[in-house]
Write a protein that binds this ligand. Structure first.
Ligand SMILES: [Zn+2]
Length: 551
């Protein structure tokens, strides 16, 4: 039976380009999962959008002398291009700036406020008399009390990772004027997380299929005790508070961006002209929701967002949060400030989406950090994608094309070795499914590569290039069985490398509706005329010192 599955990805901030670590952390795994579920015949909505509020955007705008929305538009355009070129198949990639999102956030704010789960309280914040304003998190820098890093931000220390209360900073200064701010009282709204601690704990304990790191991290966070957190800031870029008298304050991004999963689902339904359709994903108790994100984002999706939902209405809580660890750049973190990044759009200028997708899935940081290196990218592409998979497919297609009048031959007597490979196809199918069902992407890609290796061995031992001279019927059967194996590979590859899968389908004379992918393994139809085959993947030469340079 068809199931309803919500695939949600973290909302990228619109103050920067996307580097390969972002793609490996959540966007590619989410896309593979969504494509797989659609191919299985499930009803999937994959939603996310641009996180356009928050101080990273306003600071970038002020330093470039433009409006925040100009920064948003610049990076949003880049993100949309990356999704297009990499084949990240969102059903909707919206923004947090829509009227629909603002209305959804304000409705949640109001309901939680009326239930006492949001309350007002005075808090002490840093205020600059020269700047004439409160300095929200990233507007203030100072020395970290833990590690003595001199440029720790008001919300976090970049050197030791300590989440910061700006008042803890030693020698704080305004990033705007260099002024030394003073502590001053300001009235804000707090989310009463302390009241949600027990229900969250009970819920997380039940989720025994979660990744151990996600579950343990969340439990540790909870058992240390949840503190109520301010959800508003003294800033004018963001979603207004739906109460009078707070016109100079806005709802803080960490509270409103996660609500985007719900508002985006509603917007998607409106676009479909079925305004209630989103409810199937949020109220149907058999519907499942998967949230893909990097490990730094875990508490927002296992504690804050489910906490908000528990306080709101009877919406489904996240079914799974298969967060990834980090993909680093040759041993160090990707970092814009240190100019250590491989930007996805630049990478895709030079290399194909499938090559990148294969590399990332093969090195996906599912349970521990992984490294991006150009040497490894080259090796994976040339030794695995081209030499194992691409050559196998090309060998089978060209041999059949040349020796059987460019038609799929008819299988005659099926031998034990043929049966063995055919049963391998279905064993592989079960393995790929059981791994993809639980978001084990690396392992499922390995299952497919193993089938390719076994098909290679089968072909070498059957040696149709000999039998074609003495027993054409036997050679024909061998090629039919081999074509069956690569037809299966075509199906299994679709979530991972959709372009290669569709191209292979067309070489095999299997027409695939791009909008209606299938998970069926089709037997080759004898007599079908094959298209002239070309290699699916390209061998690469890379100047390791200067990998993105023009030739
Ligand atoms: Zn520090």
């Amino acid at each position: 039976m068809s199931e309803n599955i919500l695939v949600a990805t973290a909302w990228p901030y619109t103050n920067n380009y996307l580097h390969l670590g972002h793609i490996a952390g959540c966007y590619l795994p989410a896309d593979i999962f969504a494509r797989y579920q659609r191919a299985r015949g499930n009803k999937v909505i994959m939603v996310s959008g641009s996180d356009q509020h928050g101080t990273p955007v306003t600071i970038a705008a002020e330093s470039e002398g433009v409006q925040p929305i100009d920064i948003v538009n610049k990076y949003r355009k880049n993100h949309l291009e990356v999704w297009e070129r990499l084949g990240i198949s969102y059903d909707l990639f919206t923004t947090t700036g829509t009227d629909n999102h603002i209305a959804t956030v304000q409705d949640i704010f109001t309901k939680l406020y009326n239930k006492g789960l949001i309350y007002k309280k005075n808090m002490t914040l840093l205020y600059s008399e020269i700047d004439n304003r409160f300095l929200a998190d990233r507007y203030v820098e100072g020395t970290c009390p833990d590690c003595n890093f001199e440029r720790a931000r008001g919300d976090q220390c970049d050197q030791c990772g300590k989440p910061m209360d700006a008042l803890e900073l030693i020698n704080p200064i305004s990033k705007l004027s260099g002024d030394t701010p003073i502590p001053k009282e300001s009235e804000h709204f707090f989310l009463k997380l302390s009241a949600l601690e027990q229900p969250l704990l009970d819920w997380i304990k039940k989720n025994d299929y979660w990744k151990p790191n996600v579950k343990n991290f969340s439990l540790k966070y909870l058992t240390e005790g949840l503190k109520d957190r301010a959800i508003t800031r003294d800033i004018e870029w963001g979603i207004p508070i739906p109460l009078e008298g707070y016109e100079t304050k806005r709802i803080y991004v960490w509270f409103e961006a996660v609500i985007g999963y719900l508002s985006a689902s509603k917007e998607w339904a409106q676009i479909q002209n079925k305004p209630d359709e989103w409810q199937k994903f949020w109220f149907d108790k058999n519907a499942r929701s998967y949230y893909f994100l990097g490990k730094d984002n875990i508490p927002f999706h296992t504690i804050i967002w489910p906490g908000i939902l528990l306080g709101y209405e009877n919406h489904n809580l996240p079914y799974d949060v298969p967060a990834n660890e980090y993909m680093n750049l040759s041993g160090g973190k990707f970092s814009k400030s240190e100019n250590r990044a491989v930007w996805t759009h630049e990478f895709l200028e030079k290399f194909s989406a499938d090559a990148l997708r294969y590399y990332i899935v093969s090195n996906m940081p599912e349970n521990s950090d992984s490294d991006f290196t150009w040497e490894e990218f080259l090796r994976r592409n040339n030794d695995e994608l081209v030499a194992t998979l691409g050559n196998l497919i090309h060998r089978i297609l060209t041999f059949t094309f040349r020796n059987f009048d460019s038609k799929i031959p008819e299988p005659k007597k099926i031998e034990t070795s043929d049966e063995k490979l055919m049963s391998e196809i279905f064993i592989t199918k079960e393995k790929v499914e059981s791994n993809l069902d639980i978001c084990k992407f690396r392992e499922s890609m390995r299952n497919i590569m193993n089938l390719a290796q076994n098909t290679n061995r089968y072909l070498d031992s059957e040696a149709p290039w000999h039998s074609i001279k003495t027993d054409k019927e036997r050679a024909g059967t061998t090629m039919w069985v081999s074509l069956y194996a690569i037809s299966a590979i075509k199906t299994f590859l679709y979530p991972f490398m959709p372009n290669a899968s569709l191209q292979l389908g067309s070489y095999l004379g299997i027409s695939t509706d791009v909008n209606q992918p299938t998970w069926e393994v089709e037997k080759p139809k004898s007599g079908t005329t094959l298209e002239t085959p070309f290699p699916l993947f390209k061998k690469l030469e890379i100047d390791i010192e200067n990998p993105l340079a023009d030739e």
